[in-house]
Design a protein around this ligand. Sequence first.
Ligand code: FMN
Length: 158
Amino acid sequence: MNCLVVYDSYFGNTEKIARAVGNALLQAEGHQVTLKKAGQTALEDLAGVELFVLGCPTRAFQPTEGAAELVKGLPGDALTGKKVLVFDTRIAPEDTPNRFLRVMVRTFGYAAGTLGKKLLKKGADLSLPPEGFFVAGTEGPLRDGEEERAAAWVRGIL
Ligand SMILES: Cc1cc2nc3c(=O)[nH]c(=O)nc-3n(C[C@H](O)[C@H](O)[C@H](O)COP(=O)(O)O)c2cc1C
């Protein structure tokens, strides 16, 4: 499969998950993988792509501007016939020290859910539900095992 993995990342954690996803695809025979940052991805990059993976950090319960703008700019037919996956990185509720924030998280959720809804509205057919990978603190690091979990996650559609 021809795969495009697009990510946004401030501290490098989402990039690590995107790379783990890309490497898992490369290790499975017969796939070509292109990895790109959201702000550097153009519509033409989607040409001929069979699997499109998009990931970004959760910030203030939302996707990053780079990821949201990318989805916003997709024409209606851009994802037709493609497999689509979406993920975010996030802090687990039990690692959120503030009770108020935990309530807010339950109400407003995470980036992947929002991006997933936006992608569905654009006609995407999500191959798996939106997924979240955990960082241990605001700037990371990733929780142990999250890169391996990301690799297993994407293998789930092969
Ligand atoms: C300004 C800011 C807002 C954040 N808001 C949330 C949030 O609403 N929910 C959450 O789970 N994590 C939140 N985080 C933690 C980020 O998800 C975390 O920084 C991100 O997963 C790290 O990924 P990156 O290294 O790719 O930037 C926030 C972090 C920052 C700096």
